[in-house]
Structure formats: C-alpha cells, structure tokens
Design a protein around this ligand. Structure first.
Ligand SMILES: NC(=O)c1ccc[n+]([C@@H]2O[C@H](COP(=O)([O-])OP(=O)(O)OC[C@H]3O[C@@H](n4cnc5c(N)ncnc54)[C@H](OP(=O)(O)O)[C@@H]3O)[C@@H](O)[C@H]2O)c1
Length: 270
C-alpha cells in the first residue's frame, strides 16, 4: 500500500513521522510527499526515508491513498488542476482540512470517490493526537480500517458521525489550546506567588495529565471527583466556588460556541 501526502507542513510532518520514526509501522519508501516549495517535502522525506515528489501529480500517480494536507483554502486552488489525475488513478482520498465537509470535498472528485475526513490535533507531534474520523458512503470497511490504522500511529482515533464533526473539532481540536491556556494561567499564578514558572508548568501539566487519566480510568464523572477533592471548609472548595462565581463554565461554553460557529462557517464557504 502506497501513501501520498500533498503538503508537508506541521500536521503532515507529525503524521509521516508517527507512521515511520515514531511507531515504525510503515516504511518510508511507501510514502510520497509534495509541497509548494518542494524544499519542505524534501526535508521531511529525508528525515523519514520517504520519497519527495516535485509535483502533486507525481504523488497521486504513485499512491493508493492520497492525504490532502494543505490549508483548507488551498484545496479549491489545487484540486481542480488535479481532477484528471484523481480520475485516472482513483486513490482513496483522505482530507485533514479543518471545516471542509465530505460534500464539499466530493465536488472535486469523480462520482463515487471514497473520501475519509479526518481531524487530528497538534498533539500528534508527540503521538498523542485525539483524531476524529468520518467517511462517505463509498468507503469500504477495509478502507476505513486502513485510514484508522494510519492515524493510530499519532494517537487515538474516534469514529464519529459527520453531523457531529464540528462538535468534535471543538472538544478534540480547539480545546487543545484551551488546555494549554489553562495550564499557562495556573503557572503564571504560581509565578506570581513565587515559584519559578518552569517548575510550576511542569507540576501543572502533570496534574492535568493525572486528572485526565482519572476521568478516563475511574469511570467517575468529574463532579463526584471534584467532591472528593473538596473537604468541608477546606481550601479547594474556595477555588472551585471562585471559578464558578467568575463564570468559568459559562466562559468555556461561550468559547465552545465561538469555535463551533466558525467551524460551521468555514464548512459552508466554497
Ligand atoms: N496544525 C494543526 O494543528 C492542524 C490540526 C488539524 C487539522 N489541520 C489541518 O491540516 C492541514 C495543514 O495544516 P498545517 O498546520 O500543517 O499547515 P502548514 O504547516 O501551513 O502546511 C501547509 C502545507 O501545504 C503546502 N502547500 C501549500 N500550497 C501547496 C500547493 N499548491 N501544492 C502542494 N502543497 C502546497 C505547503 O508547502 P510549503 O511547505 O512549501 O509552504 C505546506 O507544506 C490544514 O488543512 C489544517 O486545517 C491542522
């Protein structure tokens, strides 16, 4: 099975590295990469023992699966020129473009082209992405598994209905930045109180990691866990009530709604 990547930026680099250097699940020589400048494709290919191509056409000609790794607004620029190549080779198409729906994508390919829409996140760089995946009606079970296996090399994969994809994009995509922001704010507060920021960030990140594991592994919902941390008249409940009084949850819901609205707007743009 040969895999082609159009684009060699942040996300494609994370995926190709996860497939090859990270997990060793795929041989570099089965991977073909193109980019606008060619230089970034060459650099990534050299690092991973993959093949750099001078054109995206060459990538399609060599691949059974083509992963579209350019920015969402670039798709409508490059895909019309590549229509003939896709029609001839008929690869399985995978898009990682944020906000671009299966219906939007299908307009660029011959009828009945199998298309998989995937949404990884930047934690892919350390093999810890939470990746969402949905397919159109022409994707077989085998093809779905094939793409799931590729993205499992950069973290976990959740299959979701496309109708819920925008929701996924918030909680599995944008919320990565929310979590970074939360940790940075706590480390700043610790700095203000006298602890070096580096040490504070390490402690905060480890605590977030532990809390996430607790939610995943204890089968407990967060509120009963919060109750376990808050002793009567204790310190933690002071912080929890302060957060609630300042609209912590309402602010998160607002942030969620803002990302959701933007994701849907991008999806509607041609
Ligand atoms: N970054 C994330 O956290 C993230 C998360 C989820 C999904 N995504 C999706 O992943 C996709 C890529 O994002 P990114 O952050 O990796 O972008 P990026 O770092 O800017 O990379 C974009 C790549 O596209 C290449 N490119 C541009 N025009 C091209 C053309 N005409 N032909 C071939 N290649 C071309 C660029 O080539 P040069 O290297 O020569 O400039 C570059 O390698 C986007 O659709 C985004 O929505 C990203």
């Amino acid at each position: 099975m040969k895999f082609g990547f159009i684009g060699a930026g942040n996300m494609v680099s994370a995926i190709v590295k996860g497939m090859t250097l990270g997990t060793g699940s795929y041989e570099g020589k089965s991977i073909f990469i193109s980019s606008k400048s060619v230089a970034s494709a060459k650099k990534l290919a050299e690092e991973c023992g993959a093949n750099a191509c001078n054109t995206s056409r060459e990538v399609i000609q060599n691949s059974d699966v083509v992963i579209l790794g350019v920015k969402p607004n670039v798709l409508s620029v490059i895909l019309p020129e590549l229509q003939g190549d896709f029609a001839e080779k008929k690869p399985l198409v995978v898009s990682i473009a944020a906000g671009k729906t299966l219906e939007y994508l299908s307009d660029f390919f011959p009828e009945k082209t199998p298309i998989v829409r995937v949404m990884p996140n930047i934690n892919a760089k350390i093999g810890a992405s939470t990746t969402g995946l949905c397919v159109n009606e022409f994707v077989s079970e085998q093809q779905r598994k094939l793409v799931g296996d590729v993205f499992s090399t950069i973290g976990t994969v959740a299959e979701i209905e496309e109708s819920q994809f925008s929701i996924f994009s918030v909680i599995g995509g944008a919320s990565v930045a929310f979590a970074y922001l939360y940790m940075d704010a706590l480390a700043h507060a610790a700095l203000k109180a006298g602890m070096p920021k580096k040490q504070a960030l390490q402690i905060t990140a480890e605590t977030v990691l532990g809390s996430a594991k607790m939610v995943l592994e204890s089968n407990e919902a967060p509120w009963p866990l919060i109750d376990q941390v808050c002793s009567p008249g204790g310190t933690t409940i002071e912080g929890v009530t302060a957060l609630q009084a300042e609209g912590f949850e309402a602010t998160l819901v607002k942030a969620f709604d803002a990302v959701l609205a933007k994701d849907k707007a991008i999806g509607q743009k041609k």
